[in-house]
Design a protein. Structure first.
Length: 584
């Protein structure tokens, strides 16, 4: 239930496996429950009737794709934009060309509302659209011929548990997005992996725990008719939405707070675009047991703790002792001293550093960190960045980011890229890619050198396209004077792309000369590194898997989780001013 619509925020019931198998008694409970569901015949609705006979007119082997309603909030809010229409889903699956016929199953509600599914165009002759009246989901799954389910966010993947049919989920729902999962989360390159995955020992243990979790947390009809239980749910969602007030009495709230409820962590950052809006979205999509996460432009007064992406904005926090601030750059210049825009850091409950050098900057400003929660962890790349599969048609060098002025100079030094290209003998052989913002002038300068250049401004090309960009790059140049990351370093390594970097940020820790890139200290050295990779292009491409290993232990998802854990740990703290207010 959500003010934004049914199923709008299915992350209110997250599951993250702790990697511990169920006890023998719990396993028996799961097995008995699944068996009971398979054999029940009490449902009158044909859609859920598991005891109906299996349909016969099916291929010997096939994949099942349950179609969904495009206006459903599970599609609108929890599926990537390129898959939000059923025709785009058909096209996406067809392009992967599975070795089995694909049956696209009409949604039962579509029968009464427009019959749009039957109008879809099949892209392969072997594929077909199956009308709902030709057999319900269980009649198809129990046939024994279904090799797998491909779904966005359909509950059919749970029906598949009853008949041991593996599933691929392409949307975000209550299943895990990080760590072990009972489902594959992308189309496999080798389709035989689908069945192997389902019966993998670890996956079996995870699946049993997932089913047990669903059994323990599901609502039944008697729960929906329980006024107290429904009231708690509405109050929680009301607070999430409005941040103040109440739908129930103060006494009811005290009873609610006395129980072991989820901790509400409020991630805060004013909407100024660029990186922090992506991070806010990523935090909102995160699912962690016992913790609810809400990302906003302004702090919510009812939160248990707050996480500020910009330290300077933490001056508006309701309770500084329960506030974690993040540091994303290596600026100093009096920011942390008394009266500085980040002086609030000295009073906060915790500080999250993205590089160890930031901690030194804080301490050099006489800020004592001994009584604070301190996290030092690189941001990393999202897990959706995959190792590149082919070489681009033309040797391609990329620069990713945007110029940033600090003390009157651009510390990103994108001019070093232009200088190095001007010295190169490979001008006719190069294709340059600029990804980011404020790079129009750089684009013009490179083209004036007679070098092919393509500019992808962030305002027009969103971050979710970045993994595809890295698939068509031979090497990435990092020219920063200093950096806490940079992000493109982790993204490049995660894509198996060699990095030519100045000794900034985490580059000195991760880049090994001649192995996964080069550490350089001048435009001339950038030129030499580019020409080295060009001459040994095939060799560098063959190393793509080993290049990826350098950053495998560093991921955005792990960084998000660790920050939320630290922020949640501050929830038990309360400042003196907060105690006085509570007494009043």
């Amino acid at each position: 239930v959500s003010p934004k619509g049914i199923n709008a925020d299915s992350h209110i019931a997250p599951f993250v496996w702790d990697e511990k198998p169920l006890s023998d008694s719990q396993r028996r409970g799961v097995q008995n429950y699944v068996k009971a569901l398979k054999n029940q015949d009490s449902f009158a609705q044909e859609y859920t009737h598991t005891c109906a006979p299996a349909v016969r007119d099916l291929p010997a082997e096939f994949l099942l794709v349950p179609l969904q309603l495009e206006h459903d909030t599970n599609i609108v809010r929890h599926v990537s934009p390129n898959l939000r229409t059923m025709q785009s889903l058909v096209d996406f699956i067809s392009q992967s060309n599975p070795p089995y016929p694909v049956i696209y199953k009409q949604h039962p509600v579509d029968v009464k509302k427009g019959k749009r599914h039957v109008q879809l165009t099949m892209r392969r002759r072997v594929d077909s659209l199956r009308r709902h009246e030709m057999g319900n989901i269980h009649q198809i799954l129990k046939s024994g011929s279904c090799k797998g389910i491909i779904s966005l966010n359909s509950n059919v993947v749970h029906d598949g548990f009853l008949w041991d049919v593996p599933a691929i989920v392409l949307g975000r729902n209550i299943w895990p997005r990080v760590g072990a999962s009972p489902f594959l989360t992308g189309l496999p390159k080798k389709w035989g992996l689908l069945e192997d995955f389902y019966f993998n020992e670890t996956v079996v243990a995870c699946r049993e725990s997932y089913i047990h979790y669903l059994m323990e947390h599901q609502w039944r009809l008697n729960d929906a008719s329980n006024a107290d239980k429904v009231g708690e749910l509405f109050e929680r969602k009301y607070h999430d939405t409005y941040g103040k007030g109440s739908l129930v009495s103060l006494a009811a709230r005290k009873n609610k707070n006395s129980r072991n409820e989820e901790v509400l962590v409020n991630v805060v950052a004013k909407n100024k675009g660029w990186l922090f809006e992506d991070l806010k979205k990523s935090f909102s999509e995160l699912m962690m047991p016992g913790i609810r996460i809400v990302s906003t432009d302004k702090p919510k007064g009812n939160a248990d703790s707050w996480l500020y992406l910009r330290a300077s904005e933490a001056v508006g926090t309701p309770d500084i002792s329960r506030t974690l601030v993040q540091i994303h750059d290596q600026f100093d210049d009096g920011m942390y001293s008394a009266g500085g825009i980040r002086s609030i850091v000295k009073d906060c409950g915790g500080v999250s550093f993205t590089h160890p050098d930031q901690k030194k900057i804080i301490e050099s400003n006489d800020i004592d960190l001994s009584g604070k929660e301190v996290l030092i962890k690189p941001v990393g790349a999202k897990q959706c960045f995959k190792v590149r599969e082919k070489l681009p048609d033309k040797f391609t060098v990329a620069w990713i980011g945007r110029p940033v002025q600090y003390k009157g100079r651009d510390f990103k030094r994108v001019n070093w890229l232009v200088e190095s290209l001007g010295q190169s003998s490979l001008r006719n052989e190069l294709s340059i890619v600029l990804i980011g913002d404020r790079l129009h002038r750089v684009n013009d300068m490179i083209m004036a050198l007679g070098i092919e250049c393509h500019y992808f401004p962030r305002s027009k090309y969103s971050y979710n396209k970045y993994p595809n960009y890295y698939q068509n790059i031979d090497c990435v140049v990092v020219s920063s004077e200093f950096a806490a990351g940079p992000n493109c370093l982790f993204e490049s390594l995660a894509s198996g792309v060699p990095v030519i970097s100045t000794p900034c940020g985490w580059a000195t820790e991760l880049v090994q000369n001649g192995e996964n890139g080069f550490i350089v200290e001048s435009p001339e050295e950038i030129t030499a590194a580019i020409e080295n990779i060009y001459k040994e292009r095939a060799v560098w491409f063959s190393r793509r898997d080993s290049i990826r290993t350098a950053g495998l232990a560093i991921s955005l998802e792990a960084w998000l989780e660790e920050n939320i854990r630290v922020a949640a740990s501050l929830a038990s703290k309360q400042s003196v001013s907060g105690l006085k207010q509570a007494r009043c």
